[in-house]
Design a protein around this ligand. Structure first.
Ligand code: SF4
Ligand code: SF4
Length: 337
């Protein structure tokens, strides 16, 4: 389907229509940042920030999620179909994160039914980035400010008008009644995309990095790289692709729910075995695990690095650790052969 064009009024009307037929999530203002919130009108949406505080990860993988409920000997393990939801204003790196999660959680047999059910009830509308933030590096890890991986419809702000490019059938259905975009609209988008791409200069040779990482588990450079890390876990909780979880049973008034909650490989109890042995007892080993996971282990598991370059871990790390500097230092320090 050819790209469509919309005025601001047409886009606002579409969003209000969607809010009436599905749960609409979009960036909304919270103090001095924005977060994905359920909104009921386009008026609640705030697209002034490049990135929301947290990624769109909760669309498929919420921070807490009941898996089943039971009381006494009865068990209700049936999974209730999730509500139909539309996530609007998802940046291309976050959409790529959703594609990663979908692939990761369907890679085992059986596939994760919770993530699968959510994805089939979710429509993702991305917003291209015309002005990347100083911490953005999607292009360095195979993404782009105008990337379409993981989205159903890519919308670009052409300064008052919007270009809407369907990526899937769901995206096509959303914009089928809008007029076709003009050649001038498409040319404007191309110029904006070139400008946005030029703003991101970092490149990472992820294939070489992986080869080096695989040979350097015990390299002394990890000793110094890990020193500032306080293992708070903020980087993993804010990462669009981090996918580790823990499962707990919680009982209230005789009803028990088995709940999964996000976990972090940066926490000291994360790897502790039932025997009490902990193979990642040092901060160094935990920090190394995060970097190895992003650039080596998930490449082996799902064929992709699990860093989408959103830069949230750089913005929020209390120790000012910058993963771009970590990766650059590793490429320099680790041996070729
Ligand atoms: S946010 Fe920074 S200090 Fe906290 S665990 Fe991650 S790298 Fe370590
Ligand atoms: S990393 Fe790229 S896609 Fe993500 S917000 Fe920045 S420019 Fe946009």
């Amino acid at each position: 389907m050819n790209p469509r064009a919309a005025t601001k009024q047409q886009l606002d009307a579409l969003l209000d229509r969607l809010a009436g037929t599905a749960a609409l999530y979009a960036p909304a203002r919270v103090r001095n940042w924005t977060e994905f919130r359920r909104v009921h009108s386009y008026r609640e949406i705030d697209l002034t920030r490049v990135n929301t505080k947290q990624p769109a990860k909760a669309a498929l993988f919420p921070q807490t999620e009941p898996l089943l409920r039971f009381a006494g000997n009865s068990t209700d393990a049936s999974t209730k179909p999730p509500t139909e939801q539309v996530w609007f204003g998802v940046r291309p790196c976050d959409a790529a994160g959703l594609a990663f999660l979908e692939k990761f959680f369907s890679g085992n047999s059986p596939a994760d039914p919770y993530v699968q059910a959510r994805r089939s009830h979710t429509t993702v509308i991305s917003l291209a980035c015309n002005e990347p933030a100083a911490t953005c590096f999607c292009l360095a890890v195979g993404g782009s400010p105008t990337g379409t991986r993981g989205t159903d419809l890519l919308v670009t702000d052409l300064d008052g008008r919007y270009l809407a490019e369907p990526v899937t059938g769901k995206g096509e259905t959303l914009v089928k009644d809008l007029p076709e975009a003009s050649p001038a609209d498409i040319a404007t988008k191309r110029k904006l995309a070139e400008k946005a791409a030029a703003a991101i200069t970092l490149r990472i040779d992820t294939a070489t990095l992986k080869k080096k990482l695989d040979r350097s588990f015990e390299h002394p450079t990890w000793e110094t790289l890990c020193l500032p890390c306080v293992n708070c876990g903020a980087c993993t909780f804010l990462c669009p692709t981090c996918h580790c979880f823990d499962v707990t049973d919680e009982t209230r008034r005789g009803q028990t729910a088995r709940i999964r909650v996000w976990d972090s490989c940066q926490f000291c109890l994360y790897s502790r075995h039932a025997s009490g042995h902990n193979p990642r007892v040092t901060p160094r080993s935990r920090y190394r695990n995060r970097v190895m996971d992003k650039f080596s282990y998930t490449v082996d598991m799902v064929g992709k690095v699990s860093c989408v370059g959103c830069g949230r871990c750089i913005i929020e790390c209390p120790s000012a650790i910058d993963i771009r500097e970590t990766v650059t230092a590793l490429v320099q320090a680790l041996p070729e052969e």
